[in-house]
Design a protein around this ligand. Structure first.
Ligand code: SAM
Length: 288
């Protein structure tokens, strides 16, 4: 395979297990003129392991603007450049967005290679709905800001996906408990593809206990996935109407209770009758 010139390649690297480096990723990194790496010291052993000798260049959030100029001029000169991050897919909670945007502005082709990313890897094994999800990246660092962030997401019906570090995993789960409640199902995917890979799925109250009982569960790298909020029950009556109907149902037959309840509340008789019938089914309470 030979690569094209003047292209910016976005190349994923393993998130733990070195064998997850794709053959095409190795090939592209071997053939480009320059690799822009988030941390050259971090990436060198991996590249050496695969016999990749392409020159490395540091491209991270602290030198992003300046490094971008160099990368763009190499691309404009017709050379090819690959971007890699420390692990996983570049730009996913990693540097690269301004560079890719600028390439589009300047008409430089950007070619992504598919490969490892902790968020998708975790989603595939979490046992939570994946047809729709929200990726939130790292939660805020302070407890107050985190709780505010979770509050805004507390009614979100889609699965929520977060990255978290070992320094804040316990505090993050504690804040989730405070906002999402004891019953909300949360999955912690820890050290994916590595020796201590662990996936725990439990309601938040239980998850807090697990983390407290086993300090090892607070070590390593984490993806935290939160089940979406239950959809509001479309059949539920408002609190006042339900109270009224319950009083009536305790005193008279269902049909009569629904008819009188409808006159007082303005609700549809059928709707009240159905609600009352469901209580009788669930609670077995029907006046004689
Ligand atoms: N770009 C990367 C990707 O595509 O997954 C993510 C980079 S972000 C700076 C690093 C975070 O990803 C870690 O703090 C952790 O939350 C998550 N992560 C990376 N590798 C992981 C792994 N092997 N297991 C669980 N989470 C991981």
């Amino acid at each position: 395979m030979s690569i094209e010139k003047g292209i910016l390649y976005i190349v994923p690297t393993p998130i733990g297990n070195r064998d997850d480096f794709s053959a095409r990723s190795v090939e592209v990194l071997s053939q480009v003129d320059l690799i822009a790496a988030e941390d050259t010291r971090h990436s060198r052993p991996l590249l050496q392991h695969y016999g990749i000798t392409t020159p490395l260049f540091a491209y991270h959030e602290h030198n992003e603007r300046q490094a971008m100029g160099k990368i763009l001029s190499r691309l404009e000169a017709g050379e090819s450049v690959a971007v890699i991050s420390d692990a996983g897919t570049p730009l996913i909670s990693d540097p690269g967005f301004p560079l890719v945007r600028e390439c589009h502005t300047q008409g430089i082709r950007v070619s992504p290679l598919p490969g490892p990313s902790a968020a998708v890897c975790a989603l595939s094994a979490a046992g939570l709905p994946t047809d729709r999800f929200i990726f939130e990246g790292f939660p805020a660092r302070t407890s107050q800001a985190r709780q505010k962030q979770f509050q805004l997401l507390s009614k979100e019906p889609r699965t929520l996906v977060f990255y978290e570090s070992s320094h804040r995993i316990k505090a993050c789960i504690d804040d989730m408990l405070g906002v999402f409640g004891e019953e909300r199902l949360v999955v912690i995917a820890r050290e994916l593809t590595k020796l201590h890979e662990t996936i725990i799925s439990a309601p938040l109250a239980r998850l807090v206990e697990i983390l407290e009982q086993d300090a090892n569960q607070q070590r390593g790298e984490f993806v935290v996935l939160v089940a979406g909020a239950d959809k509001p029950d479309g059949d539920a009556l408002d609190a006042d109407t339900e109270r009224l109907l319950r009083i009536l149902v305790a005193e008279m037959p269902l049909k009569q209770a629904a008819a009188i309840g409808a006159k007082i509340s303005g609700e549809k008789k059928n709707r009240l009758y159905k609600a009352a019938l469901s209580w009788v089914g669930k609670e077995g309470s029907q006046p004689g």
